[in-house]
Design a protein around this ligand. Sequence first.
Ligand code: 0PR
Length: 362
Amino acid sequence: MDLMNALEHAREKDYKFSSGRILGSMCTSPHPIGKKAYMKFIETNLGDQELFKGTKELEKKAVGFIADLLHAPSGYTGIMTSGGTESNITALWICRELKKADEVLIPKLAHFSFEKATSLLRMKARIVEGKYMMKARDFKKMATEKTKCGVAIAGNTTFGYIDEIEDIADFCYDENIFLHVDAAFGGFVIPFLYEIPFDFRLKGVSSMSIDAHKMGVSPIPSGFLLLRKNWLKSIEVRSKCTHTKFQASLLGTRPGASAAASYAVMHYLGKEGYKKIVRRCMNVTKHLTKLLDESNIKYVKPVLNVVAIKVRDAIGISKKLKRMGWMVGFDEENGVIRVVLMPHVKKKFIEEFVKDLKKVVK
Ligand code: 0PR
């Protein structure tokens, strides 16, 4: 079949997670249970919930798992999204509607989705400096009478570091600032590693992003936005001609397959299953830092399964590594290449990688 050959041919050009060569992605091959569930629900649309009541129930259950993981209080609401970008945009949209906020405090190391959000929403981004993460005192210093909205990150994109959320949340609670915590990456790691509160246990946290298509090992697109209260109402519109009256989401048609798959993976793995995955990823992370130490290559001490390796020319080094078949992330502004020790990254790949890295950094 020509068409199938053409598909095969296209797919052959892709990198595969199973090759072990993808070291710079925060995504991974989804759990087999997720793939199965995804196929079963492939035609479902959460944008028209009257048609797909069963799928809607699965979305609710998946949101419930996340709410429990992040200690959401009773009265919370949540929605599945296409990922961190949509969750972050929606959070600021809600904040803008609720608080009439026209500016937002954003950490220097925030993901670029906040640039999209502030551009779309015409909000002024006031950047809070921070080397590896945002300190509470810097956030407080930047806040003024006008500040009604702030962002903190639990697991930033470049370093995997966690902002001083506890103190920042206290301050936001006292000052009546809406605080959105971006745990797109860290949400499925931190609860299984540390006791630190970074979530709704802090009463100053208003909303959170967390992605199942990152460390939640679910198929793309699978993100979640959780809100302390029923604030989705603030972005609700009349959804004429669907079988429902209102819609409160950025997207219209939304993949029910993602809800089914995320629910299936979460239900199958449970917190214990995720704990094992995180433990394994942290073991590989330690293996990498040990090899880097032995090779005298400098890196930023990791707190999650993200290792930022200090190099002189991040773009040049990543290009050389690409020629050797390795795909790493790079952040030239911070002078690092980034390795994310996702579940598909095994120790043996890391050993081969460090051998090649030594050749290009010397
Ligand atoms: N918030 C944080 C902290 C993130 O790291 C990311 C993505 C987002 C939000 C946005 O999430 P979505 O991309 O799901 O909308 N961070 C990854 C990164 O930039 C995204 C990524 C994933 C990049 C896979 C490459 C890749 O192969 O590193």
